[in-house]
Design a protein around this ligand. Structure first.
Ligand code: AMP
Length: 254
């Protein structure tokens, strides 16, 4: 079975971003960029499914400008077999555009499974996997905590996904093709080794663009304003527990 893993280049999770003075967005000039952490988990899951013999090819895909090739090389070093860079230039590719590009790729590649991250940590949209499943008209399981392939080689192949839901875990069965989005506790991604980084340089990386895929990537949403969160007022010290309880009851600031 073939798996496609879409990976996004985002501001590294350790970076504390700052809002631009004109409030049009956050300043990403000269900040460290990395693969979206949920996408590392998605790649790791695909690699584990391959190691278990359920998957025979992993294709990593990224949509964006030239630098997204870095995250594709990272996915190849983690264990993807080949990569596709969908060059969208400097256009801000929003979830519906990414989902539409992935749908067009699915028509060419015919994967049995997509594993995406639950959300990209830059815009926190949490939309692409759901939109993709909608466009494909196929089964989906978001927020995957555990993935189990049943009867992989047969026509009756299905995937059981345990999902983190409010107050517990829910297990669902999906027929293929299907879309899964990876949650934080699905696995712990491996470290990339130097030999694998070197091997990744030789793995194939194909380039396509939105026009070749027949997809209109024009943004549909306009960001009106981005603001820093309100500053928290400073704390106070109280002499004893009784005063604390009184203040908690009556002081709206606490
Ligand atoms: P989002 O809906 O933006 O929160 O993103 C959810 C997931 O969709 C990410 O974790 C990626 O797996 C995938 N994704 C989003 N944007 C891109 C992109 N530009 N290129 C490739 N995959 C993407």
């Amino acid at each position: 079975m073939k798996v496609i893993v879409p990976v996004k280049r985002v501001v590294d999770f350790n970076v504390k971003v700052r809002v631009k003075a004109d409030e049009t967005g956050v300043d990403i000039a000269h900040v460290k960029m990395s693969m979206n952490p949920f996408d590392e988990i998605a790649v790791e899951e695909a690699v584990r499914l391959k190691e278990a013999g359920h998957v025979n090819e992993i294709v990593a895909v990224s949509c964006g400008a030239t630098p997204v090739q870095e995250v594709l090389r990272h996915a190849l070093a983690l264990g993807a077999d080949r990569a596709i860079w969908v060059n969208t230039g400097e256009v801000d590719v929003q979830p519906l555009a990414v989902a539409s590009l992935l749908k067009a790729l699915a028509d060419r590649e015919k994967p049995a499974l997509f594993i995406l991250g639950k959300q990209a940590i830059d815009d926190d949209a949490n939309q692409t996997g759901q939109m993709l499943a909608g466009l494909l008209g196929c089964a989906q399981a978001s927020c995957a905590f555990r993935v189990q392939v049943i009867n992989a080689a047969s026509d009756a192949a299905r995937i059981e996904v345990t999902r983190e839901v409010d107050g517990g875990l829910e297990t669902v069965a999906l027929t293929l093709p299907a879309v899964i989005t990876a949650d934080l506790r699905l696995n712990e991604p491996r470290y990339v080794t130097l030999p694998n980084i070197i091997k990744a340089k030789k793995k194939p990386l194909e380039t396509l663009n939105a026009t070749e895929l027949g997809v209109d990537i024009t943004p549909r949403l306009q960001i009106l304003k981005v603001k820093e969160p309100a500053k928290r007022p400073g704390g106070i010290k109280v002499q004893d527990v009784n005063t604390l309880i009184e203040r908690l009851k009556h002081d709206s600031v606490l």
